[in-house]
Unconditional design. Structure first.
Length: 464
């Protein structure tokens, strides 16, 4: 896990996490949800607190583009394997179920028989987490859960029960300002509350004094009281915004220069616009790829490695393991991405989607890029493949979600065979995760379409 500087103004939060770690050492772990606005410092807080525990610490994150089901869980398991850990070597049955998350556990083998059930996937993952904590306490950070697939959130609810009887601290960080009314994180919180397992810590903005301390640390110089007041007023005490604004002031020629950038986006772009052209272009390509990216892919997309050797020195990206890089913060990527022209974004998304199809990347990720490129039909086809992959992994909610999105991409009233089949599959997936209302609605619409096209035998099967 990446090192972080000493935190400012987070004594209360660090104390809470230290209490959880102490309980985990005694075999009474927990899942803690870490909530806060974008830029509040959730990731830095979690990394600092977990590093201080002395536990084996692993980290993975959800990404803004949908990917394979259970992606954050799989990321943690892969991080453990990279450190030399073995997973369920003496339990081949459970290891076979775990292979739906980590195909590398069964290289070259095609799955036979029915897909694993959610229960069998959970048993395999639970056994893996118990095994990882057998040699000593374990701390895990699941970051950016506001982007998570639903299968991961379902597993986290169950892993909370495992942690409560194990030396395991799980931290799940998410952006509270990204919570829509129907966001699956709300369901996770509700289910944890019902089980008496909801532990949540809200990361609040910094006060004026701590904002001043952070400002002075970034500037490496004392800050005048009027500058501290202006920065706190502009940033509302969000640490990431304070840091970016201070960095922008340094780029602009001095810490006392005003006016201040109006937003965190403006502060980031002040820094970006001061970079050489080839570095700015590389950052733009990376922003389209996503929060995490590989230098080799950037070189292919932009037709060379111009600017790549200087990316690591610009202060906006960090090494992310396995030869990959990541933007320092999601807000950095968002600022650079939205500064690209509409036509440039679409062209790059099209190029990314084409490359990802060639390397057989997760269909959900491919779909996201095709749709961002304006390629509705190709996006729909990728979503249907994503639904197949989710169902094969026992992630029925995610299968239904992909099918629903694919259905939205057909023109209204279309009775194409593919659409009617997708409706049937949506009904089946919804039934498997227990949503009888969605299942009945999908089957009824499929039956109506089959009747209209004279497919009475299939209609009877759907109406069963």
């Amino acid at each position: 896990m990446a090192a972080v500087p000493e935190l400012i103004g987070r004594e209360r939060e660090l104390a809470r996490l230290a209490e959880l770690a102490a309980a985990a050492k005694a075999g009474r772990g927990a899942l803690l949800l870490l909530a806060g606005e974008a830029g509040a410092g959730k990731t830095a807080l979690a990394r600092s607190a977990l590093a201080a525990t002395g536990f084996r610490t692993l980290e993975a994150a959800a990404t803004e583009m949908p990917g394979a089901p259970y992606r954050p869980i799989a990321g943690v398991l892969r991080a453990y394997r990279r450190e030399g850990g073995m997973l369920l070597r003496d339990q081949p049955g459970l290891q076979a179920d775990l292979a739906c998350l980590l195909p590398e556990l069964a290289p070259g083998q095609r799955p036979h028989g029915p897909p694993p059930t959610p229960d069998s996937v959970f048993e395999a993952v639970a056994a893996a987490f118990r095994e990882m904590s057998a040699a000593g306490p374990l701390a895990v950070l699941f970051d950016d859960l506001h982007w998570s697939d639903e299968a991961t959130l379902d597993l986290l609810r169950l892993l909370a029960e495992v942690a409560e009887r194990s030396p395991i601290v799980l931290v799940g960080a998410y952006r509270s300002d990204a919570m829509t009314r129907a966001h699956p994180m709300r369901r996770l919180r509700t289910e944890l509350r019902r089980a008496g397992s909801l532990q949540e810590l809200v990361v609040e903005p910094l006060g004026p004094a701590d904002t001043g301390r952070l400002l002075e640390r970034v500037l490496a110089a004392p800050a005048a009281p009027d500058l501290v007041a202006a920065v706190h007023d502009r940033t509302e005490g969000l640490p990431f915004f304070v840091e970016e604004l201070a960095a922008a002031l340094k780029v602009a020629g001095g810490e006392s220069r005003l006016p201040l950038p109006e937003s965190v986006r403006d502060a980031i772009l002040v820094r970006v616009n001061a970079l050489p052209d080839e570095v700015r272009r590389a950052l733009g390509v990376a922003a389209v790829v996503g929060q995490r990216f590989e230098p080799g892919l950037l070189a292919e997309l932009q037709g060379g490695d111009a600017g790549l050797d200087r990316l690591a020195d610009c202060g906006l990206v960090l090494e992310a393991g396995e030869g990959g890089w990541a933007f320092r913060h999601a807000l950095v990527r968002e600022a650079i991405y939205t500064d690209l022209s509409w036509s440039r974004r679409r062209a790059l998304h099209r190029a990314v989607a084409s490359h990802l199809e060639q390397v057989h990347a997760p269909a959900g990720t491919i779909a996201g890029h095709w749709l961002a490129a304006g390629e509705r039909e190709r996006g729909r086809e990728a979503l249907l493949r994503a639904a197949d992959a989710a169902r094969a992994a026992g992630a029925y909610r995610d299968a239904a979600s992909a099918l629903s999105r694919a259905l939205d991409l057909w023109p209204p009233g279309t009775e194409a065979p593919g659409r009617l089949e997708a409706l049937e599959r949506l009904g089946d997936a919804a039934e498997l995760f227990g949503d009888a209302v969605v299942a009945a609605r999908a089957w009824a619409e499929a039956a109506e379409g089959l009747d209209a096209t004279g497919q009475t035998r299939r209609q009877a099967a759907v109406q069963r």
